[in-house]
Design a binder for this molecule. Structure first.
Ligand SMILES: [Cu+2]
Length: 193
């Protein structure tokens, strides 16, 4: 029985690493893991996530989610905020302008990237990356990322900054092991940080 439990505990691996650029450190790199083998283990997990509007910022500023996910946009400020995306695979959306503590939802039915803005405050911006895989995350402010509980197999690791082209690396995930990957992303000079 204990032996079975140990086998079960070791049936997955972890993927960790860092994302760097030649320039200043940038947070919020997007990481996606796509299974390369048939009968793949990257089927999506549909979720409901929240992006808050607090102190004139979208929090989190960058979010990753799987196709089919609903994102709630909440206003936690004592002023009116608007939520809209001018473009995207679904043509974009506009949730209107609303006060605290309201939250309005948009469901993302296609993979791709959206830029989310507020008509009232032009400085407010958020980035949404919708991916087909269930394995996705964002890097922290030091460029570190971690995906845990990944079934063993071959995967393609994709990493990119919002609105930039992904850098890819093929990796192997083994039971009970941590696969470490360090990626260098090109600096996107067109848009800055
Ligand atoms: Cu606003």
């Amino acid at each position: 029985m204990i032996w079975l439990l140990l086998v079960w505990l070791q049936a997955t691996g972890d993927v960790t690493g860092t994302v760097r650029t030649g320039g200043p450190i940038r947070q919020d790199a997007i990481i996606e893991l796509v299974a390369l083998e048939a009968g793949g283990t990257s089927e999506p997990v549909v979720d409901t996530l929240t992006i808050d509007q607090r102190d004139l910022s979208f929090l989190p500023r960058t979010i990753t989610a799987t196709v089919g996910t609903t994102i709630l946009f909440r206003n936690s400020d004592p002023i009116l905020h608007n939520v809209f995306s001018p473009a995207g695979p679904d043509g974009g959306f506009d949730l209107g302008t609303y006060p605290r503590p309201a939250a309005r939802a948009h469901r993302f039915l296609e993979p791709g990237q959206w830029v989310v803005l507020c008509h009232v405050h032009p400085e407010m911006v958020a980035y949404i990356a919708i991916v087909a895989s269930r394995w996705h995350t964002t890097a922290d402010r030091d460029g570190r990322f971690a995906l845990t509980g990944v079934p063993p197999g071959r995967y393609r690791l994709k990493a990119w900054f919002p609105r930039a082209t992904p850098v890819v690396r093929d990796i192997e995930v083994a039971s009970g092991r941590t696969t470490e990957t360090h990626l260098e992303l090109p600096t996107d000079r067109r848009r800055g940080t």
